[in-house]
Design a protein around this ligand. Structure first.
Ligand SMILES: *[C@@H]1O[C@H](CO)[C@@H](O)[C@H](O)[C@H]1NC(C)=O
Ligand SMILES: *[C@@H]1O[C@H](CO)[C@@H](O)[C@H](O)[C@H]1NC(C)=O
Ligand SMILES: *[C@@H]1O[C@H](CO)[C@@H](O)[C@H](O)[C@H]1NC(C)=O
Ligand SMILES: *[C@@H]1O[C@H](CO)[C@@H](O)[C@H](O)[C@H]1NC(C)=O
Length: 424
């Protein structure tokens, strides 16, 4: 959704204004701020807000919270619905599926529509072992074996590292923890969740063997025709190595900015008096005829979930260069890191796994021409064009009819794969 991006930039500017992490006496600021709301509950910190596991458990499903250590020492928080309480299938064969969120987002996004419509629940009820990933740096993955999140080095990553390290670690961990001798998984990514898949599968082609079917919702790799106007206007400044992008790099965006998070909290939690304001704002931002408005206040309470500024810079570089390639550090450092002045292109031709591209005409981020150009280069792909001409980037998560037009067809493809490739 275009709004998401506008939102990102606004919040990003707000977060840049809030730059005194160590020196600031945060508790003092928080207390003054809460006085504005005169709200005794407000001392609940965003850090202790309900997790994805709590939200899943609230619907009666079994839920688990795992901490997975990556090869480069980041610790990512991953949630799991190991089986369905309705099926009581904990002792049966349950194919693994890993779901990865988009930029600004987190593992809460696809559970917002609840058990009747949300993909993770539908998958659990169809007999799958469901894993919900979180990329490094978001609210569930601010953790490292040795590095502090206060240090800029922690934030030196883009979506490349989320794919190359985090997704790889999640796949291996899920295969091992599932304990049923499975050798491969199904994958679902939304938006940046698709980019990280393409980055991993082209950079470490051996991981393609660990994929049964992969479903890319709003696939983003080549970005030449992206129509998002804000990104188009920021691109010429931030999509190249220059003083703007230098100043902007290696930062935590929309972080534990407690002021922002608590505004959302105060506005949007269901038992808050100000909930009506939250709902009004949302109605102006989103098309109530298309999007599940009931799910939106929880969406606001869990989003934006935090990320590194380099993720945005890397996207703007793609949009400017027209290439899907590794992070551009500028000529000098590129020579050091890549042994070439320009960053190398991701060899997407080497993504041998079965990739389903789900795309839509009205998606301002994943333009149809760009999806088709990518599809031309992928050796094993199937296109799924969304029929609804108004279907947009956010509809893949929150459309009222997401079950019928997206989730059920995706589950059918996975079940058919399982039928014809029985592992056990
Ligand atoms: C920070 O704020 C708290 C609460 O107002 C106060 O007790 C404390 O002395 C302050 N610390 C500093 C270093 O200013
Ligand atoms: C960080 O990781 C450790 C080790 O897995 C875990 O025990 C801890 O709860 C994590 N902390 C956060 C804030 O996620
Ligand atoms: C909308 O979201 C609410 C809250 O999660 C859920 O109860 C409801 O089933 C959803 N409806 C649709 C049509 O997605
Ligand atoms: C793609 O895979 C082939 C065969 O393994 C390999 O020779 C080639 O270098 C790969 N392409 C790139 C660009 O990595």
């Amino acid at each position: 959704m275009q709004n998401q991006f506008v939102f990102a930039i606004i919040l990003l500017l707000t977060s840049l204004a809030d730059v005194q992490p160590a020196a600031l006496n945060k508790s003092a600021v928080d207390i003054d701020f809460f006085k504005l709301y005169d709200n005794p509950e407000a001392h609940i910190s965003p850090q202790r807000r309900r997790t994805t596991a709590d939200r899943i458990a609230a619907h009666g499903y079994p839920s688990e919270h795992h901490h997975i250590v990556t090869e480069d020492g980041y610790i990512v928080g991953v949630f799991r619905i190991p089986y369905s309480h309705k099926l009581q299938n904990q002792n049966e064969y349950r194919p693994i599926v890993l779901i990865q969120h988009g930029l600004l987002s987190c593992s809460d996004i696809l559970i917002l529509c609840g058990p009747d419509d949300g993909l993770p629940f539908l998958l659990a009820d169809a007999g799958f072992d469901v894993w919900l990933g979180n990329g490094r740096g978001n609210a569930y993955s601010r953790n490292h074996t040795s590095r502090s999140t206060l240090h800029p080095y922690f934030w030196k990553f883009s979506w490349h590292e989320i794919g190359y390290y985090d997704i790889a670690a999640m796949i291996d961990y899920a295969l091992e923890t599932n304990g049923q001798g499975q050798k491969s998984i199904h994958y679902v990514g939304h938006s940046q969740g698709t980019t990280v898949f393409f980055a991993l599968m082209s950079s470490r082609p051996e991981y393609n063997e660990k994929i049964k079917t992969a479903h890319m919702f709003a696939p983003i790799a080549i970005m030449t025709n992206m129509r998002n106007s804000l990104a188009r206007s920021a691109g010429p400044y931030l999509g190249h190595q220059n003083i703007y992008s230098l100043l902007f790099s290696n930062q935590e965006l929309i972080p534990h900015n407690s002021i922002i998070m608590n505004i959302f909290f105060n506005l949007c939690e269901p038992d808050q008096q100000l909930r009506v304001v939250c709902e009004n704002v949302l109605e102006k931002l989103y098309d109530a005829d298309r999007v599940n408005m009931t799910a939106m206040p929880d969406g606001m309470a869990t989003h934006p979930a935090g990320f590194s500024s380099n993720q945005i810079l890397h996207y703007l570089q793609e949009q400017q260069s027209g290439h899907f390639r590794l992070y551009d550090y500028g000529t000098k450092k590129n020579l050091e890191v890549y042994k070439s002045e320009q960053p190398p292109e991701y060899p997407v031709e080497n993504i041998s796994s079965e990739v389903h591209l789900w795309y839509a005409d009205n998606d301002l981020m994943a333009a149809v021409e760009d999806v088709l150009a990518l599809a031309d280069r992928l050796p094993n792909t199937e296109l799924h064009h969304m029929e609804d001409p108004m279907w947009d980037h956010g509809d893949f998560a929150l459309n009222k009819e997401v079950r019928k037009y997206l989730n059920e067809p995706v589950i059918t493809i996975m079940m058919e794969f399982e039928e014809s490739n029985k592992e056990l």
